[in-house]
Ligand binder design. Structure first.
Ligand SMILES: [Mn+2]
Length: 449
């Protein structure tokens, strides 16, 4: 009701209401958002219903979170919903009958001219939010029967944000189905990574040109590229200059870039089909690494190389994490920081090196930046790698600016190198090879950006 009050400080007169209902000419439907081929989503739905025989499954797209009053945060549909249907409509619900194999999408139809919603309804009215395609058009494109959202019986409609126990089970099945990407998905990820590389280049160019940049400038430069070439950023951009690099999820981005320090940029583009890249580069703000920065960089790079060597089908997921940890622990020992041997630190009952490595060096990537998180451990973290999985490899070393256990010269230094790889038949493909990784290459690339 607040909405009505905001829109109509004086209510429309009956004469205006009658007038608004007259004289509208037909016009073409707006284009649909890009979606996977219909046969692909049909195969995915069949795989799901095959694993949950006899059940009726509801997968809602969700609603945009409220920001305040009648303002919402941007809408981003549920990833499982998108994966199964290809649709991106707010408040859509996909119903799958695992007995019959029937799929039905319940969607809000476009506001027509048969009533006054097209000019009165601020949430879905055409004059408020723009025209929408007809359900027939969506049905033909996606290969799924579409029914008006109002026909979904109220008792079937899940509460937004509410997760019942059996819903968790469904989420787990879906997460595990999404672990191995099909060729179409890999193409989306390649696109996301390509756009991300362009965004990194934009930032490198601005940094190289020596303008007095802030972390916000970096966020905006990257954001401009990824919004201009896709849906936007796939997660909140981390633009961490200097000691901020030690804060793993530094998204405040309110600092400035200081010559001689490093900029850690962890960012990813999301395609219009909602697949995201996840890449980190640590750039010398002056264009050249200092000797000490380079020493630490080389350790992180060696850890990433060692990890990449372990990524192949049949290897334990944890093997590449262990390989990275070994190189980082040995590097920390070489820097004289570990009070124990690398060997001892790497024991599970020790782990002292983790004071400076902080986070796990990789995860699944896909529709979500941390993809397939609801998988059971034996399919993911305790499982083995399979061809078609896409992973990040992201070792790092982080020395807090108030860490009294490291020399002054290392304090405030943070380095992460993060790349995206596809598990292939006999190893892995570095999908983000369009961006340089080695210190020399980074310097040359910045100079040429
Ligand atoms: Mn990551």
């Amino acid at each position: 009701m607040t909405r009505q009050r905001q829109q109509w400080t004086s209510p429309p007169s009956p004469r205006l209401a009658e007038f608004m209902g007259q004289g509208w000419l037909p016009r073409a439907e707006p284009p649909l958002r890009p979606a996977p081929p219909a046969d692909l989503t049909a195969r995915r739905r069949k795989a799901l219903t095959g694993l949950m025989p006899g059940e009726r499954l509801l997968i809602p797209a969700g609603l945009p979170p409220v920001r305040s009053n009648d303002q919402n945060h941007p809408f981003r549909p549920d990833s499982d919903y998108v994966w199964l249907s290809g649709d991106q409509s707010a408040d859509g619900v996909l119903v799958l009958d695992a007995g019959s194999g029937d799929a039905t999408l319940y969607l809000h139809p476009p506001s027509g001219r048969e009533d006054d919603r097209f000019w009165r309804d601020a949430v879905r009215g055409e004059l408020w939010v723009g025209p929408a395609p007809s359900l027939d058009t969506i049905s033909q494109r996606l290969g799924i029967e579409c029914r008006p959202r109002d026909e979904l019986p109220a008792e079937l409609s899940p509460e937004p944000g509410d997760r019942a126990a059996d819903d968790d089970a469904l989420r787990t099945v879906l997460a595990e189905l999404r672990l191995v990407k099909d060729d179409w998905e890999v193409r989306q990820l390649r696109t996301a990574i390509g756009v991300t590389a362009e965004g990194f280049r934009d930032v490198a160019r601005a940094v190289r040109d020596g303008a007095a940049l802030t972390e916000r400038d970096v966020e905006v430069l990257f954001g401009s590229r990824v919004r201009g070439s896709g849906n936007g950023a796939g997660y909140q951009t981390i633009a961490a200059a200097g000691a901020h690099a030690g804060v793993l999820h530094w998204t405040r981005n309110d600092g400035r870039l200081v010559p001689g320090e490093l900029l850690l940029l962890d960012a990813g583009a999301e395609t219009d089909t909602l697949y995201t890249a996840d890449i980190t580069r640590t750039l010398p703000i002056s264009g050249r690494f200092t000797a000490l920065q380079r020493d630490v960089y080389e350790i992180v790079l060696a850890a990433q190389d060692a990890a990449m060597d372990e990524v192949r089908p049949g290897r334990a997921f944890r093997d590449y994490h262990r390989a990275a940890a070994r190189v980082l622990a040995e590097g920390l020992h070489g820097l004289g920081l570990l009070p124990v041997t690398a060997e001892e630190s790497l024991r599970e009952d020790c782990g002292l090196h983790r004071r400076w490595t902080l986070c796990a060096p990789g995860h699944m990537l896909g529709l979500d930046v941390h993809d397939c998180e609801q998988s059971r451990p034996d399919r993911y973290t305790d499982g083995t790698l399979e061809a078609g999985q896409v992973l990040t490899i992201e070792p790092g070393l982080y020395f807090q600016d108030n860490d009294g256990l490291v020399p002054q010269t290392l304090r405030g230094l943070g380095i992460r190198i993060e790349d995206d790889v596809l598990v292939t038949g006999d190893g892995c493909e570095l999908l983000s090879r369009g961006l340089p990784r080695a210190a020399d290459e980074i310097e040359a690339w910045m100079a040429a950006a």
